[in-house]
Ligand binder design. Structure first.
Ligand code: FAE
Length: 531
């Protein structure tokens, strides 16, 4: 309840989130070389935002460093973010062409040229997988589908056996849901809303094929969405806004956790700074090196600051890359060998089905998914498939799914000394168990409904979207690479707080798990290490 009250207090102050965050940046300004801070948080996604709020509430001045932009200024169209139908430079992180997850239509590449810019969605390419991540103050919360799903209790116990399950479900998951502003859809409205026809069609066919379905909570304000459909407010989720940001309606972290942290007056946010090194400082604490970048990604200046404590919250990829590089380069040579191990894609695979002409999915599709097919209990191939929108603004007769499966394959990060890059060993073929599990479900549905797969959306003649993920997890696993609360062994004052703690899979969309685990860990760290 504390978090709920604090967040309410933050907004009750009368200042909108953007003003609070602007104050946070102004109060602490950007970090400068020579600064000495009590706590420095690398990254402003879920792990970082929870850490920032709880540290500042505990009276500790906290500096958050974020490589992406603050996303508080309107662009050429009068809005902060662009939509999915007309992506411009704001869409992608330092690319000259878009790299849409569904990059093809009728087998034709539909990506377009854009100006290289520090846009909000990164499609980071490794040898065998593209990893989509949010870039900006708020991390993945700026670009994600908002689905806020608590994992199954037995599966959580299976993936993180060192964590007390009762305290997670009694305390930390409820705390995370409150802090994130999670809300449930009005199920009666769902049944009639034109913008969820696509979900109802998929649901009815799944049920008729023997599968059960479930509603999904979200951090998008469903009350706002109702008004969008009624035509009384500006559209966002109903205006093809999702993966390049939502201009309205979404409770992203800059409006929840980070706004509440800013309201304490103890938060500073340094945006457009990429942390490149962390090493022990001879005077105590750690030296953190960072490059300030411009909107084309060029380094403007390099800064070093000293921090008594450093919280790695750069995401599964960002944290793993930094730590693996620091170990290899000798800055943090004693990091355990488990750092860089155990990375997985949460069993992600996407697929689409073609509907019969008489089974329309609707021209207006809500960008925020609200329903999933739950076949996780099937021991032959657990699948939890979100019914995803295809918000093209026109009838397409397409049913799209993001399947989360129990893929046992894992990958490692390693440092390539000749290029200086950190590589990820994942190969596309490692996703075959995910494809097999999803195929069982969707083959069954197709057979029962006499429908077929679309093979024109993920490439030419390619049924499965098996070469990208939205859910990078692991690389610095709890109780293996860190202790049971995210402390890095051998380096007092260094902590890991994000999705890298989770061993490659949560069985559902991951941000509630990441948030709840961060709530659990920071509570322990504050009570034992900081007071
Ligand atoms: P994250 O949110 O990625 O935050 C890390 C931050 O650190 C980012 O802001 C980075 O820019 C920053 N950073 C990285 N390296 C550095 C550095 N060296 N220096 C400074 N800053 C740095 O990490 N999950 C759900 O639960 N439900 C959904 O509906 C959902 N939909 C998604 C849709 C899309 C398109 C994507 C990409 C993801 C989706 N996810 C969803 C996944 C979710 O957003 C992701 O698991 C979390 O954002 C991960 O949280 P972390 O705190 O680990």
């Amino acid at each position: 309840m504390t978090s709920r009250r604090t967040l309410l207090r933050a907004t009750a102050l009368g200042a909108p989130a953007a003003v609070l965050l602007a104050k946070a940046s102004a109060a602490g300004a950007a970090l400068s070389t020579g600064d000495h801070v009590a706590a420095l948080v690398i990254g402003s996604g879920y792990g970082g935002a929870v850490t920032a709020l709880r540290l500042t509430q505990a009276g500790i001045a906290t500096a958050v460093v974020e490589m992406g932009m603050a996303w508080n200024t309107a662009g050429s169209n009068g809005k902060i973010f662009c939509d999915m139908l007309e992506p411009d430079q704001r869409s992608y992180w330092l690319r000259t062409t878009t790299d849409q997850p569904l990059g093809y239509f009728l087998g034709i590449n539909v990506n377009k040229s854009i100006t290289r810019y520090t846009g909000v969605l990164d499609s980071e390419k490794f040898a065998g997988i593209r990893v989509y991540q949010g870039r900006g103050v708020g991390g993945g919360s700026l670009v994600n589908g908002g689905m806020a799903v608590v994992p199954r209790r037995d599966y959580f116990a299976e993936i993180l056996p060192s964590v007390d399950v009762a305290s997670m479900y009694d305390t930390y998951f409820p705390r995370a849901n409150a802090g994130l502003g999670v809300n449930a859809i009005d199920t009666a409205w769902f049944e009639t809303a034109s913008c969820y026809r696509y979900a109802r069609v998929s649901r009815d066919q799944a049920r008729a094929s023997g599968y059960s379905t479930t509603f999904l909570n979200n951090v998008y304000d469903f009350g706002y969405m109702k008004q969008e459909l009624a035509g009384t407010v500006t559209r966002s989720a109903l205006a093809s806004e999702v993966i390049y940001g939502n201009n309205y309606g979404k409770r992203s972290l800059d409006k929840t956790y980070l706004a509440a942290a800013a309201a304490t007056g103890r938060l500073s946010i340094t945006a457009q700074h990429v942390v490149t090194a962390v090493a022990p400082n001879s005077a105590g604490g750690y030296t953190v090196t960072m490059n300030q970048i411009d909107t084309a990604g060029a380094t403007v200046t390099t800064k070093t600051v000293r921090a008594d404590r450093v919280f790695f919250a750069a995401g599964s990829i960002g944290t793993s890359k930094l730590l693996v590089a620091m170990r290899a380069q000798g800055a943090l040579p004693n990091l355990p060998s488990a750092v860089g191990q155990g990375w997985g894609n949460n069993g992600n695979v996407m697929v689409a089905r073609a509907q019969h002409l008489w089974n329309t999915t609707g021209a207006l599709e809500a960008g925020m998914p609200a329903m999933g097919i739950d076949n996780w209990a099937d021991p032959a191939g657990p699948v939890f498939a979100e019914i995803a929108p295809f918000p093209a603004g026109t009838e397409l007769w397409i049913s799209l799914y993001l399947a989360i499966t129990k893929n046992p394959n894992r990958a490692q990060f390693s440092y390539n000394s000749s290029t200086g890059a950190v590589e990820l060993s994942w190969q596309t073929a490692q996703n075959q168990p995910a494809v097999n599990a999803a195929k069982r479900v969707f083959d069954t549905i197709n057979k029962a409904q006499v429908t077929v797969y679309r093979s024109d959306l993920f490439g030419v003649n390619k049924v499965w979207g098996d070469d990208f993920t939205y859910h990078p997890l692991g690389g610095c696993i709890l109780n293996q690479a860190t202790d049971n609360y995210g402390r890095l062994p051998g380096y007092p004052g260094l902590y890991v707080m994000d999705g890298s703690l989770i061993p490659g899979s949560t069985g559902v969309n991951p941000f509630v798990t990441i948030t709840a685990l961060a709530e659990r860990n920071i509570e322990k760290i504050i009570s034992t290490d900081l007071t």
